[in-house]
Design a protein. Sequence first.
Length: 332
Amino acid sequence: MIIKSIKLTNFRNHSNYSLVCDDNTSLILGENGSGKTSVLEAIYVSTRGKSFRATDSEIVKTGTSFYRIELEYENGEKIITFYDGKNKTFSILDKKTKRLPKNYKYPVVLFLPSDLNLISHSPGRRRDYFDRVFSEFEEKYSQDLLKYEKTLKQRNELLKDEHSLPETFFSWNLMLAKYGILICEKRKKFVQDINSFLTNTYHSIAENNDQVEIIYQTDTDNISESSYLKKLEDNFTRDKYLGHTSFGIHRDDYIFYFNHKPADGSASRGEVRSIILALKFIEANLIYQKQQKKPLVLLDDVFSELDPTRRHYLVKNFKDHQVIITSVEAIS
């Protein structure tokens, strides 16, 4: 067991809600719209420091001014997350912080129904997905990405200023180049790590000889920081006209290949589901390898999207983890 219990106040549609977790698998039953996903979201906020789907102001129950989460770990430690409508604080051992301390972040494998559409999603949705996964692999990845995104936002705002001149962009270009190269190298390495297991893990589910691979697509591969900087400078006129930065790792994509062809269009729905399951199992294993912690597994209404065979593999592969599942029906 990792988590012992969680209590919610004014979180989404929950005025008051309590869950006492089982040692291995906890099942949250309820109709669609009853707030099952919100419980997983609250757990994610408490263990990772932020929501996987919304801002804090969007989470507060309608008609109220705050939300509160109290999460208790198996060892008795509690994390109280409180949002007063403006600021969020984490209280741990009577100490308050604005951000969840690194040593109190716990790795999570999150499985959402939308993940089953990952292969056909937009590049932006795939980037968001893998950024979340890679942040579980390494905390510094998340930190570097946050710095990049803040710099990108500042540069794009400056591009919209009709009085801005090329020389005013140098410091922003420098920061984008620095963090862009760091993020690109980490993304490339993490994709290599996943690919080293992907086909064999897929075979364990589908029991065939199909080949599966993820291709990381980026315009920034194998270029130096100075080349990245020059590309930003060369694109100034174009970017000024467009009003946004047209070059960089914020345009990357991840393409799934099935038997050496793009999986979107060549893989059946069942094959796509097996690919995504394989990806989740690998994610859990890599987190354990990199952090020496077995991640908490949160499964949101995925059984309704899986046939009995794939349900079996899901349960089998996560049997040694603490799993919290939401479902509209009892699971046999």
